[in-house]
Design a protein around this ligand. Structure first.
Ligand code: TZP
Ligand code: MG
Length: 355
């Protein structure tokens, strides 16, 4: 029976090495990061090499054809991963579990020094995991939000789109070079909204357009949008973060300094600031908050923010003059006779014409 522990060791050396290889390749080919791929490669070699004096026993003990776990694994469907993030998480867990098993088996085989070494590897992997995800989020749209949230932020609203569908409007926005688009739709069923968001996700996937879903956290998650935008009466930001994970952007509408401070404290990624002017686009008619609130945010809030509410080509200079770097418009864009032309004109008013 003790001999079978060599089978356990053999399987887990392979498991840890394979997990490391997956992460090494993600670092190398998806993130072009030489440092992580080098560290993971060195670790993989170390994990194999240091057990080499036990290798004859390991190979001898191998019997993968009769491995009862193989059939179970082929039959189970629990190993689905739908993003690089999930794939990375699963492989870090796999490596840590394998190292733990190696460490414990070596103890029973009285290889105490070697067991300590593998315990050390396990702790090294915990450390790399932390840095890896920090790096990964830094390269994601959430990590680059400061750069993304400049210029024109476009928002859909089919009822104001003069006969065009949300999808047609989004097509025009993308064509005109908009970098951040929010799907906002108050009149449709959940299913219709889900289907439209699926389409927009397809249109924006792999591009530099950031896709945010308004209100519906469920839809944002299902279509893997880049972010979700919530209001003051929606679920608490901390809870939304628990649901959506670390990669997704969370934006929240704010109307006062207190709400802005609260959003920062609770972990929002950006805030909406408004309505600055009177707007009839929102269903609940909302008094303008006044430009002083924008002044407060420009001066005091370190998060990215977007000015919103009644902003048009004719009054946007005033908003820009007060320091806003990012402006959202709904009706001014979706209701324009020529959406692309309107976007070009509005964009040219930001100090950098390419925004
Ligand atoms: N949040 C604050 S004001 C507003 C939202 C969604 C509507 C802005 O629409 P418009 O047409 O740009 O005034
Ligand atoms: Mg809302």
């Amino acid at each position: 029976m003790l001999d079978n522990l060599y089978r356990v060791l053999d399987a887990n050396i392979n498991r840890a090495s394979e997990g490391l290889r997956v992460l090494e390749d993600l670092s190398r080919f998806c993130y072009n990061d030489r440092l992580f791929s080098k560290r993971l490669k060195e670790l993989r070699h170390g994990i194999r090499k240091n057990i080499s004096n036990l290798i004859p026993n390991l190979i001898e003990s191998r019997d993968s054809v009769n491995d009862v776990g193989f059939k179970t694994s082929m039959e189970l469907d629990i190993d689905r991963k739908t993003s690089i993030y999930e794939l990375s998480q699963a492989n870090f867990k796999r490596i840590q579990e394998a190292l733990r098993t190696i460490e414990e088996s070596l103890k029973v085989l009285n290889e105490l020094k070697l067991s300590k070494l593998y315990e050390g590897y396990r702790f090294e992997v915990y450390g790399i995991e932390r840095e890896y995800f920090k790096f990964m989020i830094g390269t994601s749209k959430r990590g680059k939000l400061n750069e993304i949230m400049t210029g024109l932020y476009c928002i859909t609203s089919e009822e104001h789109s003069k006969g065009l569908s949300n999808i047609e409007v989004v097509e025009k926005m993308i064509k005109a070079g908009i970098k951040i688009i929010q799907y906002r739709e108050k009149k449709k069923s959940l299913l219709e909204k889900y289907n439209e968001c699926q389409k927009i996700r397809k249109m924006t996937l792999g591009s530099d357009v950031t896709f945010i879903v308004n209100d519906n956290i469920d839809i944002a998650m299902m279509v893997k949008a880049d972010g979700v935008h919530i209001g003051q009466d929606d679920l608490p930001i901390e809870k939304v973060r628990e649901l959506v994970g670390d990669e997704m952007i969370i934006g929240i509408s704010t109307h006062s300094p207190k709400q802005a401070e609260d959003a920062v404290r609770r972990g929002a990624d950006y805030i909406g600031v408004g309505p600055l002017y009177r707007t009839y686009t929102k269903e609940d008619v909302c008094e303008p908050v006044g430009l002083e609130y924008l002044d407060y945010v420009v001066k005091n809030i370190k998060l990215p923010y977007v000015a919103i509410g009644g902003i048009k080509e004719h009054n946007m200079d005033e908003v820009l003059a007060r320091g806003a770097r990012c402006i959202a418009m709904v009706t001014e864009i979706v209701g324009a006779e020529d959406i692309e032309k309107k976007i070009r004109t509005v964009k040219s008013k930001f100090s950098r014409g390419d925004l």
